[in-house]
Write a new protein. Structure first.
Length: 304
């Protein structure tokens, strides 16, 4: 196996354009159906040979919630590749983060996807995309999509992926929050709320609305805005009522639609195009929000 000195891999964050959540299963997990889109907010992972396994983290976001021990998903990914290849050396990973931590945009999953690709390249493994996808599925539901990128439908726990055609470019303004939300807490609150008669009940078999897929295929942001939905949003708003005001502010400022991304608290606003997105970003930033203009779809984890 050829061994490299240093490998740099970049992987994208994601938005959930549609997210339907089924009932809790016996193991506590939920079946879901999601339309994912990879967007131009990147995680950069640098891998170099080392005696052991270690990770350093820097970046433009709040890093206080990022573990530097074996709870770090990228470090677990590196160990997994070493075990799969029978590689007896270690690796030091340097992660430069742009995706909000605990923000529902899959930053940790992007780190793990990048680490899989980086370590395979570093150690000359040549595992191939199908084997990397298999390893990714063992790390978490969002990791396979971070590897794949583009636009996709995810079912099961979100990790059974099929590519979805998306024409053209979709422009988003993403508003991040200083304080994250726990994904298990959001799912738990959704289960509580669904006992009430005024909350949409769980779908017996979650599925992505065909109208969402039609809008993506047509490159039609207006149609996508009409059908975008996130079942976790009602739970995220229950835990963070301030997000409701933010959603209203964005829509009043010209967004076609606003929705909580994944389990939140990041909020994504769909704009009609690049200029409209820039105007919206300026307006929200002037109101004191941390607003970023991103676009999708973009490619998945790859060597830079």
């Amino acid at each position: 196996m050829a061994v490299s000195d240093r490998v740099h891999v970049r992987a994208p964050g994601k938005l959930n354009l549609f997210f339907e959540v089924g009932r809790a299963q016996d193991d506590g997990y939920h079946d879901v159906a999601s339309a994912y889109q990879a967007v131009s907010l990147w995680e950069d992972v640098y891998a170099r040979p080392a005696d052991g396994f270690s990770v350093g983290v820097s970046g433009s976001v709040d890093l206080s919630g990022v573990p530097s021990d074996d709870r770090n998903l990228a470090l677990r990914a590196a160990r997994m590749v070493a075990q799969r290849l029978g590689h007896d050396g270690g690796v030091h990973l340097e992660i430069v983060k742009q995706v909000p931590v605990a923000g529902g945009m899959g930053g940790g999953s992007a780190d793990a996807a990048a680490a899989l690709v980086a370590c395979d390249m570093l150690w000359g493994g040549e595992l191939g995309s199908s084997e990397l996808q298999r390893l990714a599925g063992r790390l978490g539901a969002d990791v396979p999509f971070a590897l794949m990128g583009g636009t996709a439908v995810g079912t099961g726990r979100g990790d059974q992926l099929s590519p979805a055609l998306a024409k053209g470019r979709f422009d988003w303004v993403v508003v991040t929050a200083e304080e994250g939300l726990s994904t298990p807490d959001v799912y738990g609150r959704l289960d509580e709320l669904r006992r009430r008669p005024d909350i949409r009940p769980a779908a017996a078999s979650p599925d992505v609305d065909p109208a969402v897929l039609h809008a993506l295929r047509a490159g039609n942001a207006v149609a996508l805005a009409q059908h975008a939905r996130n079942d976790l949003q009602v739970a995220a708003l229950s835990l963070r009522p301030d997000l409701r005001d933010l959603l209203e502010s964005g829509e009043q400022a010209g967004a076609l639609a606003g929705l909580v991304s994944g389990s939140g608290p990041t909020v994504a606003f769909l704009a009609e195009g690049p200029e409209a997105a820039l105007d919206l970003q300026v307006t929200l930033s002037a109101s004191g929000h941390a607003a970023l203009h991103v676009h999708g779809p973009v490619h998945g984890a790859r060597v830079v």
